[in-house]
Write a protein that binds this ligand. Structure first.
Ligand code: PMV
Length: 320
């Protein structure tokens, strides 16, 4: 094994959402999902120490009682050599807990670092299965580009992993519209359970995802941005609708989120090809083409513009 391992994993934004588990401990999802990886993500450095786990987030040591440290330590337990502890240094390029998918890149980077530290030489499929057990969406952050997480049907989770999706999509841009960076009121883990158990709308979700996923793959294979934007936006709204019907209701949106989505709809009415998606938080991720980036930026100056994130891809063309 090595003395120290440092790895990076990209954050990913789901275009077709994962919302709801069929089995909790292994994070086995009710549906498949599809995402695009961002150029930003998490850098994690891992080494062994002798007296206690030491966990740093963006340079600050986390209390062992914090939910962040407890979640990481519990994930690392099965891999711990006897009488050994881990030092984890993790740096997120995007805010933790702002609904910007930092747990996805966090657990993916941790798994990549474990693989490197212990020199396991795991395949990307095996790494994806391991990352999924930290946080479901992390299984998609093992790859760049467009990625599908196959829900699988087995109880052991061995067929529930992500892999790249073939795509001809060109020049997709993503903009982060932060309306708040406050900690979200309920984490996705608890919110999913509450939705599955109590929302009368959840029954319609698996069929919605199946048809949206087929449309999204069509959009990717035909480089059809308008279809991609339309389906991504509809799928995000349908996911939030299932949560709002939960008891008690789960509403991640703030008044500013609603104002932002109305703004996008009105710009679209005026002819701009601009769409949004939203996750378990109040912030919006905007989808548009590179040729419209300057216009979007001039209309929405506070937008954090990410680079072009997608070029044509083939499933056997793996990253790095
Ligand atoms: O992987 P988790 O438990 O953080 O859940 C992610 C849930 C969403 O971001 C809302 C959707 C998704 O597919 O990423």
């Amino acid at each position: 094994m090595k003395e120290k391992a440092s790895q990076f994993a990209p954050a990913n934004i789901a275009l077709i959402k994962y919302w709801g588990k069929r089995q909790s401990p292994l994070n086995l999802p009710v549906t498949s999902s599809l995402s695009v990886s961002l150029p930003l993500g998490t850098h994690t450095t891992l080494s062994l120490t002798s007296d206690k786990d030491m966990i740093f987030l963006n340079g600050n040591e986390q209390s062992p009682e914090s939910s962040f440290a407890m979640r990481l330590s519990a994930f690392l337990d099965p891999f711990r050599p006897p009488n050994t502890y881990f030092r984890v240094d993790t740096k997120n390029e995007i805010p933790t807990s702002a609904g910007l998918a930092s747990s996805s890149s966090g657990f993916a980077a941790l798994v990549l670092a474990l693989n490197d530290l212990f020199e396991w030489n795991l395949s990307q499929k095996e790494l994806s299965i391991l990352a999924r057990q930290g946080s479901g969406s992390a299984c998609r952050s093992i790859y760049k580009g467009f990625v599908e997480w196959h829900k699988g049907v087995q109880d052991d989770g061995k067929d529930s992993y992500a892999e790249p999706v073939p795509s001809q999509m060109q020049d997709l841009c993503i903009g982060l519209w932060m309306v708040s960076d406050k900690e979200k009121p309920i984490d996705s883990r608890r919110a999913m359970i509450q939705t599955v158990e109590t929302s009368p709308l959840y029954a319609a979700w698996p069929d919605t995802v199946a048809s949206d996923l087929a449309q999204m793959k069509k959009a990717l294979s035909e480089n059809d941005f308008l279809l991609l934007g339309k389906v991504a936006e509809e799928n995000a709204l349908a996911m939030h609708a299932t949560m709002m019907a939960a008891k008690p209701a789960i509403l991640y949106w703030l008044p500013e989120s609603v104002a932002a989505l109305h703004k996008i709809w009105s710009l679209r009415k005026e002819g701009l090809n601009l769409f949004f998606t939203m996750d378990a938080g109040p912030n919006l991720k905007l989808l548009f083409l590179k040729k419209d980036a300057a216009t979007v930026k001039s209309l929405l100056p506070n937008l954090q513009l990410l680079d072009v994130v997608a070029k044509p891809q083939h499933p056997n063309l793996l990253p790095n």
